[in-house]
Design a binder for this molecule. Structure first.
Ligand code: SF4
Length: 356
């Protein structure tokens, strides 16, 4: 049984850090049950997904993240026409959104991004553009010598509808200094995401867990996301992503010490505690099937999650790190997983509006 005082503070959206530690030490099935109740209170029995396609603008990156198996020294950069070809395929397959991402390098200027976004909007006005990470925007703004909010405004004007909340990993500098020392710091990530929310660009929020961070650092991250949301209200969803340890330095060094991927119970505990900490602040917790596998993603719907993510069509980042869950799940299969859980399906866009 979970303590009544903690359940009370959780229901009011004010569960504290020490409470969260106590919840994680409790019987995991009691924790899942509380998170499941809170999921129902927040969004009822509806489970959403988005028909989308990932488009990787480049795999060339000057970053040096230890967990990355995606970047290449001699990689490609898509031209505008190549991007448009992919968007056309996405739309033909019923996508309402393209998720445009890549790495950062000096050839990806703000002009390049704006040109791509304008071309997409001109040829496919109905497609929503979700894309770029705070890292990519922060770097491009720095290259241009302009403030981040100005860069964000230019990107928004050229057609960017929502920014991704990736490059967050764990928002604790001790961890970042180990796994991604060249990436923007915690405070720079917060400044960039806050600036996006400030100009009306909504974002999601992510956590990549299960590598060198401690349980306390995971919690610090989730509480930081809650604090930002209290100030801006700009997050649409929270996406816990377990670290994929294959073909990358961070994973190899972990496995050399006998540490492997997080187990299913640990994953579900993170989904549950995220739901509880973020209750009344962020309604949507995504269980990404591409990271968890379809079966565990379905079980996560009973420990706090209410969304299965996108059809994707491609996921080079996860497969490069040893992901074996495929890169595409058709909408019909996502709906099957949802209905089989006794829930109601909702096809959505990036801001959780229903799409017919
Ligand atoms: S994770 Fe992203 S920023 Fe880091 S090296 Fe890979 S592509 Fe570059």
């Amino acid at each position: 049984m979970l303590p009544d005082d903690i359940i009370k503070s959780a229901r009011s959206g004010e569960v504290g850090y020490e409470d969260a530690l106590r919840l994680l030490a409790a019987n995991p099935f009691d924790l899942f049950s509380l998170a499941n109740d809170m999921r129902y209170d927040a969004v009822g029995d509806t489970v959403s997904y988005v028909v989308n396609r990932n488009i990787y603008l480049t795999n060339r990156c000057i970053g040096n993240c230890g967990f990355c198996a995606f970047k290449q020294k001699e990689g490609y950069i898509l031209t505008r026409d190549e991007v448009l070809r992919e968007v056309k395929l996405a739309q033909a397959a019923g996508a309402v959104e393209v998720c445009v991402q890549g790495g950062y390098n000096p050839d990806l200027t703000l002009d390049y991004y704006q040109d791509i976004f304008k071309a997409i909007k001109s040829e496919h006005p109905a497609i929503s553009i979700h894309g770029l990470s705070p890292m990519e925007v922060f770097y491009a703004a720095g290259q241009e010598g302009i403030p981040v909010d100005e860069a964000l405004m230019l990107l928004k004007k050229s057609g960017l509808d929502t920014l991704t909340g990736t490059s967050a990993e764990i928002l604790v500098d001790r961890v970042r200094n180990i796994i991604c020392p060249d990436k923007l710091s915690t405070s720079q990530w917060v400044e960039t995401i806050t600036a996006a929310h400030g100009i009306g660009l909504r974002t999601n929020a992510t956590i990549m867990y299960g590598h060198v961070e401690s349980i306390r650092e995971r919690l610090e991250h989730i509480f930081l996301i809650r604090d930002i949301q209290k100030r801006t209200g700009g997050f649409t969803e929270f996406i816990p992503m377990p670290f994929m340890p294959y073909n990358n330095r961070t994973g190899e060094s972990m496995m050399g010490r006998g540490q492997y991927m997080t187990g299913g119970i640990e994953d579900l505990q993170l989904f549950a505690i995220s739901r509880i900490i973020l209750h009344t602040h962020i309604d949507n917790i995504q269980a990404p099937w591409v990271k968890l596998g379809k079966k565990l993603a379905q079980v996560a719907l009973f420990s706090g999650a209410n969304d299965l993510g996108g059809t994707l069509m491609e996921d080079h980042i996860t497969t490069a790190s040893g992901g074996s869950n495929g890169e595409y799940t058709p909408a019909s299969e996502l709906e099957w997983i949802i209905r089989e859980s006794g829930r109601t399906t909702k096809r959505r866009n990036a801001i959780y509006e229903e799409c017919k």
